[in-house]
Design a protein around this ligand. Structure first.
Ligand code: S3P
Length: 168
């Protein structure tokens, strides 16, 4: 695997963290979860950050962490679902390795996130919020090098299909 890094992007609940951990283990690379890096740098949870500082502040902190993390090598980087919204973030990902977009249907996403309180953007009516955000972000993942639908795949099947992508 001669990519500098492999970055996983995709909507909330598409499997980025689960697949990312399995892929990191398989390659013996570091696993880096951008949301956790933000929480550590800011000393607060993501829901607290959204509540206390707002989304714009969160996006700034996210961009800072992405710029820093993407300078590293041999990492599987799991991005937050909205990280693709900024051009500078997309550029940092594309210039520093393979970008894999994981996708899933709205039903699968709802099933995977419905009992998780840690996603402030889905608070209230998750079903409606998922539909709205999926529509708003429908083109945001197009820059990725590979797209994999995870609805009916086991974690290791996703890992293998990423690894079967030709090295550069
Ligand atoms: C967000 C997704 C979350 C987290 C934050 C915002 C988004 O990450 O970064 O709540 O804008 O889609 P996950 O995709 O890991 O849930």
């Amino acid at each position: 695997m001669n990519w500098d890094n492999i970055t996983l992007v995709g909507f909330m609940g598409t499997g980025k963290s689960t697949v990312g951990k399995a892929l990191a283990e398989r390659l013996d690379w570091a696993f880096v979860d951008v949301d956790l890096e933000i929480e550590e740098a800011e000393g607060r949870s993501i829901p607290d950050l959204f509540r206390e500082q707002g989304e714009a502040y969160f996006r700034q902190a996210e961009a800072q962490q992405i710029a820093r993390i993407m300078q590293g090598k041999q990492q599987i980087v799991s991005m937050g679902g909205g990280a693709v919204l900024r051009e500078a973030n997309r550029k940092a990902m594309s210039e520093n390795g393979l970008v894999v977009a994981l996708t899933a249907s709205a039903e699968t996403i709802l099933e995977r996130v419905k009992n998780d309180p840690d996603r402030p953007l889905l608070a209230g009516n998750p079903e409606q919020k998922i539909a709205e955000l999926l529509e708003r972000r429908k083109n945001a993942y197009q820059f990725a090098d590979i797209h994999i639908n995870t609805d009916n795949l086991q974690v290791m099947e996703v890992v293998e299909s990423i690894l079967s992508f030709p090295s550069k």
